[in-house]
Design a protein around this ligand. Structure first.
Ligand SMILES: Cc1cc2nc3c(=O)[nH]c(=O)nc-3n(C[C@H](O)[C@H](O)[C@H](O)COP(=O)(O)OP(=O)(O)OC[C@H]3O[C@@H](n4cnc5c(N)ncnc54)[C@H](O)[C@@H]3O)c2cc1C
Length: 425
């Protein structure tokens, strides 16, 4: 945002803490709004970490506006269908997604690292290399009436690496947010659902049309499988991202939410032994992965407040949610667009951050809570309860209208119903 004071043009200076999906999307959005941005990222070398992630059409609309669509479509799968299957592999529900469903924007299934990499390249090109300070682990922010001052250390050594000043500070530092912890010092660890997730990627033959997201099973034992590489699809194979989910109960394991912790195949593959469907051999898919990561299903309780004077929260730092509904990255991108718009609509930074909070806090809190009830995956629970041993005809188990109503209500809640996404700009 540029605003005129006398004859000088003053630009708002924003410090963004965290160069993940939300932080980088915010950097691009704020830059477009005329805000001067510095992104401070804890790690010294941003690598292509994680496995698959979905980006829903409302977030793709924003990424398109940031000029990223071409880069993303070189690597992302343009998702055609979302499919729900029972534990026996039977089809419960299949619905078209993105372009196939008449949206003006696609849904992407993509490697998280490729998404982050595309955002990072765009930030470097559009804002310059200097806009990203890696090796800057946020410690603390102080506020005065005129601005913010944040201190950073090198996480590996603990040595101070600098103090930066700005007009506004945005905490986009993920589920273990240090910015959030400064305002909620007693919050502690994320909330554990009792389920463990094992994640991996396996090269395979295409499943269904090679562009479908598949969810099978129910809360006690579930698999989520989708392709994430357009290069592999063009070569006639499929790079399948998968998540195996098992109810363990108990309390949060030690060292709970490290995205890079390796998992043990014996902890989950035997439980899927009879998941050999005519459309996929699920245990073989898991077994053939080169690397398996383990991550507990966690989230954070909704907060009453995100904005404190000139400081606010964004993405997982504000509203880490369970992955049901595939909304984490998309909601972070929606936050990024909203904060840039609010800061460009109002020269008063504190008022702008309150406007951002009042637009985004309530809908994302509702999503956090709805995802605890498994979001759109609720259909899996209903079918598992009503006919645990499988069914002859799905219509006898759950009427089509009930399935449609569950799918539609989640889209409205997460604000990616077709009417909202296709609204003229
Ligand atoms: C390494 C990694 C792997 C992931 N893998 C997956 C995956 O496979 N599937 C999936 O669905 N989601 C994954 N996620 C989470 C997913 O990216 C987020 O849920 C979602 O995209 C919202 O993004 P975000 O920007 O809010 O948070 P994140 O993408 O988590 O980004 C937060 C960023 O803040 C940085 N950071 C943390 N603390 C500090 C600090 N004190 N100072 C400065 N920087 C800090 C982190 O290094 C990270 O780059 C992963 C996250 C990470 C960090």
């Amino acid at each position: 945002m540029n605003y005129v004071v006398g004859v000088f043009i003053m630009a708002t200076k924003a410090l963004i803490i965290g160069g993940g999906i939300g932080g980088l999307a915010a950097a691009l959005s704020l830059h477009r709004a005329g805000v001067e941005v510095t992104v401070c990222e804890s790690v010294s070398d941003i690598q292509a970490l994680g496995v698959g992630i979905n980006v829903l059409p409302h977030a793709v609309r924003i990424l398109d506006g940031l000029g990223l669509r071409e880069a993303l479509e070189r690597t992302a799968i343009i998702t055609s269908t979302l499919r729900f299957h029972s534990k026996q592999g039977q089809t419960i529900w299949a619905e078209p997604r993105g372009l196939e469903a008449g949206y003006d924007y696609p849904q992407y299934s993509i490697h998280r690292g490729q998404l982050q990499g595309a955002l990072l390249d765009a930030v470097r090109q559009q804002l310059g290399d200097d806009a990203i300070r890696t090796g800057h682990h946020f410690e603390r922010v102080e506020q005065t009436e005129a601005g913010v001052a944040a201190t950073f250390v090198d996480k590996r050594t603990g040595a101070a690496v600098g103090e930066y000043e700005g007009d506004v500070l945005i905490g986009a530092d993920g589920i273990w947010s240090q910015v959030r912890a400064q305002f909620y010092p007693d919050e502690g660890s994320p909330v554990y659902s009792g389920q463990m997730l094992w994640r991996g990627v396996t090269e395979s033959a295409p499943v269904f049309d090679g562009r479908s997201v598949i969810m099978a099973g129910s809360n006690d034992l579930k698999a989520v499988i989708y392709p994430i590489s357009e290069e592999s699809r063009r070569a006639g194979t499929s790079m399948l991202n998968w998540v195996a989910e098992r109810q363990l109960g108990g309390s949060l394991p030690l060292n709970p939410a490290d995205w890079n912790r390796l998992g043990n195949p014996d902890d989950f593959i035997p439980y899927f032994a009879d998941w050999q469907f005519d459309w996929l051999d699920v245990p073989a898919l898991f077994t053939e992965a080169e690397r398996i990561y383990e991550f507990p299903m966690v989230d954070r309780n909704p907060l009453p407040q995100w904005s404190f004077g000139r400081v606010t929260l964004l993405g997982d730092a504000a509203h880490a949610m369970r992955p049901n509904g595939s909304n984490g990255a998309s909601q972070a991108i929606l936050d990024a667009e909203a904060i840039a718009r609010c800061l460009s609509d109002d020269n008063d930074v504190e008022r702008a951050l309150l406007a951002y909070e009042s637009e985004r806090l309530q809908p994302t809190s509702q999503l956090v809570l709805d995802n605890r009830e498994t979001g759109p995956e609720r259909v899996l629970e209903i079918v598992a309860e009503r006919c645990p041993d499988g069914f002859d005809k799905i219509e006898d188990v759950i009427p089509h209208d009930e399935l449609q109503a569950i799918a539609d209500s989640y889209k409205k809640l997460a604000r990616f119903d077709r009417e909202s996404v296709n609204q003229p700009k």
